[in-house]
Design a protein around this ligand. Structure first.
Ligand code: NCD
Ligand code: ZN
Length: 345
């Protein structure tokens, strides 16, 4: 159902989220679970999730932390394996076949938060990638090179050129997702693959450009990785997300850090969007005159790419101006300065 002031769509899924662990997990999980039916859960805990048994235990902790209410009860966490230089292809396959792992995640070593145990050279993944291509297990990528001599704003485009393109050439059957894309080059590269490569797009990269990092002073809460790029890139992302093309889908990359860890001499990367995630996307789609494309981006393209069923339950958004969330559970929430126009009913 849809008119100018309400929109009912299939319940969405979040194809990239950081739920953390312990107290933080209990604090942030309800925000994701009340909006999304499923979520791809990132494995970059302080001690990374590298085996099927660790992923199974982490999944159990997530399910145990779910609030016992009607909206949250059915939430399904989809687990990922953190790839390292030593990932064993048999372990990956076992976890995937047993239904513990939905996908595996490539963090180039030291690219972002808790990635020190990541992959130092993509060649170390040859056996794992060959197996994944063979069994249809998706590879999710933090797509940035880590060479400190490469400008921080160029790290995604360099990754596409130096790592991703050669890798897809060597493993043409591999199902891969370039996560949280931030550049027009990523948009055109994903398009050029016509389905072999998917991409998630965050709400914050649709809303801010790199000026937001320096608005009147240093703004640590707008700092995330990959870092926001210039305006022309943001516009390309908005066009891609609202295009309805099946390879672009929702992934919030909601990444909570305590305020003290963000407002520090060396502040953490990560933007916390979970409290109003779907409302943030609705704002963008409405501004682009593309509310009719929100359902494909949020609720259809992701499951189709992963080969999963779409959700039968629905969620309704209503036009209702509010300020947006400010701070919750000791974490600053992302919200546009002009507030939000949509709310989940
Ligand atoms: C993420 C985090 O805090 O775990 N941070 C971020 O800026 N996006 C890690 C990541 O996805 O890069
Ligand atoms: Zn992330």
């Amino acid at each position: 159902m849809s008119d100018n002031d309400t929109l009912t769509l299939r319940r969405p899924d979040d194809w990239h989220v950081h739920l953390r662990d312990g107290d933080m997990l209990r604090a942030v999980l309800p925000y994701t679970a009340r909006q999304f039916a499923r979520a791809i859960v990132m494995p970059n805990l302080a001690s990374p999730v590298t085996t099927a048994s660790e992923a199974g235990e982490y999944r159990r902790r997530i399910l145990d932390a779910l609030p016992d209410d009607e909206l949250c009860r059915g939430f399904l966490p989809l687990m990922t394996c953190y790839l390292t230089d030593n990932t064993d292809a048999d372990e990956l396959e076992r976890g995937f076949v047993d239904g513990v792992f939905t996908a595996a995640k490539l963090y180039p070593a030291n690219a972002t938060t808790n990635s020190a145990a990541g992959v130092t050279d993509i060649a170390n993944l040859d056996a794992a990638l060959e197996r994944m291509a063979g069994i249809g297990m998706p590879l999710l990528m933090h797509g940035e090179v880590t060479d400190p001599s490469v400008d921080v704003f160029d790290r995604e485009t360099q990754f596409i050129k130096l790592v991703l393109d050669p890798m897809l050439g060597r493993f043409p059957g591999l199902k891969a997702v370039l996560e949280h894309i931030t550049t027009m080059q990523a948009v055109s590269y994903v398009r050029s693959k016509q389905g072999a490569l998917g991409a998630t797009i965050t709400a914050h990269h649709l809303m801010i450009n790199r000026n937001a990092l320096f608005e009147g002073g240093l703004r640590p809460h707008n700092y995330c990785l990959p870092i926001a790029k210039r305006e022309s890139h943001r516009l390309a992302l908005r066009e891609a997300a609202t295009s309805g093309e099946p390879w672009f889908f929702l992934g919030t990359d909601s990444a909570p850090h305590e305020i003290a860890a963000k407002e520090a001499d060396c502040g953490c990367a990560g933007i916390f969007t979970a409290p109003a995630a779907l409302e943030l996307y609705a704002q963008v789609f409405d501004e682009e005159g593309a509310m009719d494309k929100l359902e494909s981006f949020a609720s259809v393209n992701g499951p189709t790419f992963y080969g999963l069923e779409v959700n039968e339950a629905t969620v309704t958004l209503v036009r209702d101006a509010w300020d947006g969330p400010v701070e919750s559970v000791g974490v600053k929430c992302f919200a546009p300065s002009g507030g939000l126009d949509w709310r989940i009913k």
